[in-house]
Structure formats: structure tokens, C-alpha cells
Design a protein around this ligand. Sequence first.
Ligand code: SF4
Length: 376
Amino acid sequence: LHGKYVFIAEGVRGSLAKTIMARHNLCDDAQPQKYGIGLKELWQVPADKHRPGLAQHTTGWPLDEFTGGGSFMYHFGDRYVAIGYVVHLNYKNPFLSPFDEFQRFKHHPSIAEHLEGGTRISYGARAITEGGFQSVPKLSFPGGVLIGCSAGFVNVPRIKGSHNAMKTGMLAADAAYEAVMAGRSGDQLVEYQTAYENSWVYKELKQVRNAKPYLSKLGTTLGGAAGLFDMWFSSILGVNLPWTLKHGKTDAGSTEKASKHKPIAYPKPDGKLSFDKLSSVFVSNTNHAEEQPAHLKLLDPSIPIRVNLPLYGEPARLYCPAGVYEVLYDEQGGNPRFQINAQNCVHCKTCDIKDPSQNIVWTTPEGGGGPNYPNM
Ligand code: SF4
């Protein structure tokens, strides 16, 4: 890369950003980054069900009190309904499947009534940063900066981050322009860090900093109420409460042993409102060439069967929303082996984040294989 300054804007859990943060110790003074996985479908519904402009958010069901998450639904355009569900990736039960929670969610009577008689036309999944204020790393390194979701500027309670991504891009651009005009290149753009700390992005993230830790520590009802009180206090009275709660463990480290939990019996998809993973991958327009080098790499190929299967039931089978990871057995039900169907990957990055052994590394596949999300 020959740019005088390189802006890293790869979105959540980017491969370059991850490497740069480790190489330059950018996270040393930050809390661990937190994540959610968002699953989304685009539907086209009958005209009598379409309510253009309707935006609806929910929290809770079908997740339990101590598993964070919630839904979104937007009616728009030509009888389109975008519907999705986010599961916070600090969940403890290794048998939980975010994909199946989303499928189950659509069967709630007050959700199903929006979709019945309609057609699901697209599907996608993507991780979201949720760490916010406490998890923002040092932003500059020699010759470059992190902007947008590479640094984790999402405002979780407001469910938005595009405005902060744009603003931090503008702040970085201003800092780089001044530096280049002064004849500088390749050094640390510390002015961008200062500009961020004096910006409304910093102020906005600081105001809501305790919302996510409250949810993690106190659960959806109590934690939600405590977060609302904290945010109202700071936004209405203009006074930030004096404490900043910590996030604690990484999302991978939050996964508990299988022996502490029971498998979850998810209902079979009905093919009308709920679907299986493979038909979902089909409508994500993902088609990686099967002979390309596998882009999902295991640091130690023995860990899925030797460690993850006995301790955690190999949760990759369940957290991956595209059916990429399977544990296969021989005809007698023995000799488990780990299979990676890399061609199905929809690039959500969840495996890179949630694998309890931190053994899976997501690298960029060949271009052009999708997923491809028209209208999503
Ligand atoms: S393989 Fe990883 S990045 Fe790809 S869809 Fe599955 S969890 Fe997401």
C-alpha cells in the first residue's frame, strides 16, 4: 500500500484491522470488542399486508432473559418487508443457534401476520460491533487510521452506526489533508484521534456507554431499565453518571461448557414462514467456486474434534448461519470429523469471533462469489 495515509474501513472484524490492531497493540487500553450477529430476510408481501413506513423493533422473545437480542422490521418500497433479528454474541449456551432463533421469531402471531402469504426473496447475515465507547481502540498507527466499524463506532441502543462511520471518515480525511499539505506522510495521524475525542461521535457514544454492559450483567428487563435510566439521565439532564461499566469477557470467552446446558429442540421449518440454512444460503446469492483455496482456516485442525466437540458440542455447527461447519460420523456413529463447507459462507464473521478456542481465522475469499444482496 503506497498511500501517504491508509484508512482502514473494512466493517466489522475486518481481516486487515484485526492484524493491524494486534501488530500495533491498538487495543491495549480498550475493553474487549463485543459483537452481535444480525440475520435478515427481505420479503415481498401481499398488498393488503403492506404498511409503507412502518418501522418496528422488539427485544426479548424468543431469547431468554439473559441472552441479549432483538428484532427489526421495516415496510418499504414495492411491497417489501425487511425483517431481521440480532443475537448478542456473548450468549453462554453453546447449543443456541441464532439462525433458528430468528426462524422461530417469525412464528410469533404479531410477526407472522405481516409475512403470511408473502415470499422470502433474500437472506443475509453479518456481525455488528456492540462494544461502543469502552471498546474503541487507539485509532492511528504508522501510516494509517481505523474508521467506521473497523473501530466499532456503532451506537447500540440507537441501532445505528452509519452516521458515525461517515463522520469519522470525514474527521480522518480532514486530518490527512492537513498533514499532506504540511508535507507529511506515513506517520501517525494523532490529530484524528484528538478530533474524534472532541467530536459528537465521542459524546454520543459516551452517553450510551453503559447500556450494553447493563444488559449483559442484569438481563433484558432489569438491564434494559437500568440502561434507559442511565441514558435518560445523561441526555435529559446533560449529566453523565460517573461510572463506566466494563464489558468483561470476550464473546468467545463467554461461551460456557456444554455440560452446563441442555440442547435446544428447535422446531422444524415449515417452508412458508421459516426455512432451513441451505435454502437461505441459496437466496443470499452466494456461490464461491469450489476449487478456490479455502478462506476459512483453522490454526490447529485438531481442535474442533479434540477440544470443541467434547467441551462445547462444537458450537460452530450452530452459530454459523450458513451451515458451513458440520461434524460428520461414520455409519456406526463413531469417528467424528469436522467438515468445512466454505463455499456456503455468507461472510458474517461470527466464526472468527465466537469460536471458544479462537481457532478459526476468516480470510478474504476470491472476489465475485457473493453474497449479493439486491434491495437488502
Ligand atoms: S463460515 Fe463463519 S463467516 Fe462464514 S457464514 Fe459461517 S460463521 Fe459466518
